[in-house]
Design a protein around this ligand. Structure first.
Ligand code: SR1
Ligand code: MG
Length: 430
């Protein structure tokens, strides 16, 4: 049965796209030449939407359109087209606060559920770069800056009560995308579910242990309630290494279709988890000619640098711009009170770190047992090696989610990751 779509909507394709762009003078001018000269490449990489890159004699653009279903699965999984409108809004809002860290929006078409943004060249997807063992010296600082600015400036620490409520209202209907996360991150991996899959038979035992693990299932739902009930800041909502494009000099954040007002820790934790997935996958990519130990260590140092830079930048922003409805500075004005205020701010960041670790744990687990896996692990062709890397993700993931008091600093997490890789592989899958 054909999916029903609003009047005027149709999915564009490589042949119809030049005609569409030719009708938009600023974009046609950016591309230069005539529509016949424009080259269109399908560049869909994420699980959800379709993406095209269009190159002309004088420039290029990137076109992203919602399909009425989840691209990864097909028409059997219908999905609200409006997700592109939320991505558009989030790009504008995060763009205001983070500048060049998100792509510039060139056009939005609410009838075709489509946006046109600048084409990021010669950037590649960070996950791809990490799988190839490429170091990005500016990544940690730049992504930390993006996170601190996007989260701080959209929270009640910086916004008035009216602005904050307006922002919550503007994003509250992105429910279809939140529902994907509620199901896929916090629920399905802990059930027998037709969407789940894992490296079988090596991880069959771990999969059934997970489904029988009561403290783990309770912890997952405690976190799900936090995700459902917390409207702390305008978050990216799907911040993983596939949503980041990089060069040696530059870091850009893409794919904001999951954006909504949610917990800051969901973004921080998701990014931590995917860097850890990248770390654990390195042993599977290591060869005698190209050992990956040094690179794996670079990944962990990046995790440590990222948190420390995020922490410091967030505190600086709070100090300089914390005049929002939720900033207690208005009540604490004497010298003695200022020191209590500083302590309160540090405690806020400590809580955020602990919540982020729990979200990182849930993300590590769902990427091994749920529907959406990651290329860094899936590219490991030897299934036994892949399962060994995944088993370490599971072990750390469970600890982060359940043993909440065990990790006080991010160094506790990187130390646990190092220790898992140092242990003999057999012991961990068994
Ligand atoms: C329906 S597949 C969706 C998954 O891919 C996205 O990147 C999100 O992480 C989501 O869970
Ligand atoms: Mg995506």
């Amino acid at each position: 049965m054909a999916l029903s779509v609003p009047a005027g909507y149709e999915p564009l394709h490589a042949r119809s796209l030049p005609g569409y762009l030719a009708g938009l003078p600023p974009l046609a001018a950016r591309l230069g030449g005539r529509p016949e000269d424009w080259r269109v490449h399908e560049a869909s990489d994420g699980n959800v939407n379709q993406v095209f890159r269009v190159h002309g004699p004088s420039g290029d653009v990137c076109v992203k359109q919602s399909l009425p279903y989840v691209r990864l699965v097909g028409e059997s999984w219908p999905l609200a087209l409006e997700r592109i409108d939320f991505e558009h809004l989030a790009l504008l809002e995060h763009g205001r606060h983070t500048g060049r860290r998100v792509p510039e929006v060139l056009h939005h078409d609410p009838r075709l559920f489509l946006i046109v943004v600048e084409c990021l060249t010669p950037h590649i997807i960070l996950r791809e770069g990490m799988t190839r063992g490429i170091r990005y010296p500016r990544f940690a600082g730049q992504v930390a800056d993006y996170l601190a600015r996007s989260l701080f400036f959209t929270s009640s620490l910086a916004l008035s009560a009216e602005e904050k409520k307006g922002q919550v209202a503007a994003f509250c209907a992105n429910t279809a995308m939140c529902r994907i996360m509620e199901d896929m991150v916090f629920t399905e991996p802990y059930q027998v579910h037709p969407r789940n899959s894992w490296t079988s038979p090596a991880l069959d035992g771990l999969a059934s242990e997970l489904r029988a693990d009561v403290p783990l299932k309770l912890a997952a739902f405690r976190l799900k309630r936090h995700y459902l009930d917390t409207a702390e800041a305008l978050i990216h909502g799907d911040l993983h290494t596939g949503s980041i494009m990089v060069t040696q000099e530059d870091t850009r954040i893409i794919d904001q279709e999951f954006a909504f007002c949610g917990p800051m820790a969901f973004d921080v934790g998701s990014l931590l988890a995917h860097l850890l997935l990248g770390f654990f996958s390195q042993e599977g990519h290591s060869t005698a000619r190209e050992p990956r130990e040094d690179y794996a260590e670079w990944v962990l140092e990046t995790v440590e640098a990222l948190w420390s830079s995020f922490h410091d930048t967030f505190l600086q922003l709070w100090d300089a711009h914390g005049l929002g409805a939720g900033d207690p500075a208005v009540l604490l004005t004497t010298e003695a009170e200022r020191s209590a205020l500083l302590q309160e701010r540090r405690a806020f960041l400590q809580r955020l770190l602990e919540q982020s670790m729990a979200y990182a744990g849930a993300e590590l687990l769902r990427r091994v047992f749920g529907l959406a896996h990651t290329l860094d692990l899936e590219r490991i062709a030897d299934l036994e090696r892949r399962a060994a890397c995944e088993a370490r993700c599971v072990q750390l993931g469970r600890s982060l989610l359940v043993e909440t008091g065990r990790f006080r600093t991010l160094f506790d997490v990187t130390a646990a990751a190092r220790a898992l890789v140092a242990r003999p592989r057999r012991e961990q899958v068994a």
